[in-house]
Design a protein around this ligand. Sequence first.
Ligand SMILES: Nc1ncnc2c1ncn2[C@@H]1O[C@H](COP(=O)(O)OP(=O)(O)O)[C@@H](O)[C@H]1O
Ligand SMILES: [Mg+2]
Length: 316
Amino acid sequence: MFFFRTFSFDDRTGWAYDASTMADFIVRTQALRKEFSGNPVLRDVNVGICRGEILGFIGENGAGKSTFMKILSGIHEPTSGFLESEGKSVKFRSPTEARRAGISLVPQEFNLASDLTVEENIFLAPNWPGWGGILNRKAMRSRATALLAELWANARTNDRIDTLSAAQKQLVEVCKALAFDARILILDEPTTMLTRREIDRLMALMRSLKARGMTLIYISHKLAEVKAICDRVAILKDGQRVHTAETAAIQPSEMARWMVGRELSEIYPSKTCELLQALGHCHRWPVRPPGGALHRQHPRVGLPPVHAPGHLRPGD
Ligand SMILES: Nc1ncnc2c1ncn2[C@@H]1O[C@H](COP(=O)(O)OP(=O)(O)O)[C@@H](O)[C@H]1O
Ligand SMILES: [Mg+2]
């Protein structure tokens, strides 16, 4: 299998192709759909994740990013559509099944037992190979120590979770994911609670995991970080993948325009510029929507303003 660095993208299907040969997708989805109580949250999403890349996955709050990743990591089952891992069609019925396929999610909300220790949390997962179902404490401790050191986590294996900082808890979540030989690591908005220094360390960690051959998916609102760290970016809007690009070929301002859609720039031109200025990527007006001139005809009504709750906020 080969990993091609030069792709052309077919945005109708979402598949990336080399000029003549198909790229090496470690995971891909086809027409993935998810409904909650009949409400569609993901609509026919086609995304291919290339082996060894860092894929940025972006979209406004509520676009469906976490739901998509929960399907990839076995937390939710899709309503319809297909998921392929290593070229084979798969159906994950639990996070354990996804983990066996090498896919681990570091969730947006920490999923740690606060009254247990770091090592107990890392190995709480049911498939830890303790002898006869009894946890092998010694093996657990040495593996946890090695993982914490590898991630430069300034925490000890017997520290209780409720004594740790947000950044340390984050690293415990990453340890949990890596403890089971993850080949694909999904980080869902990992920098929200981190300081600048902690973010820089996380970026360095992601680069070193990539250098070791891991595939990473990085969900974020911070478009400058996405540009800096990711090889490609997939953009989700209202449950649909609206664009995919190599990050070398797209500026954060264009990513933001794909996220909010052209209608917002038509209805709320000043707000859109305000948003882009807040992101630090727009210095003059007018902003052109992706792929075309600034049209003002046929404004769609009913779209929320940029500052409505649940949408991008300045500084995000
Ligand atoms: N378990 C659930 N039950 C019902 N609705 C849900 C559930 N999870 C997510 N949603 C809805 O799906 C939409 C997408 O959510 P989510 O995937 O969390 O978006 P994002 O991560 O892009 O912010 C939102 O409108 C959210 O309210
Ligand atoms: Mg989310």
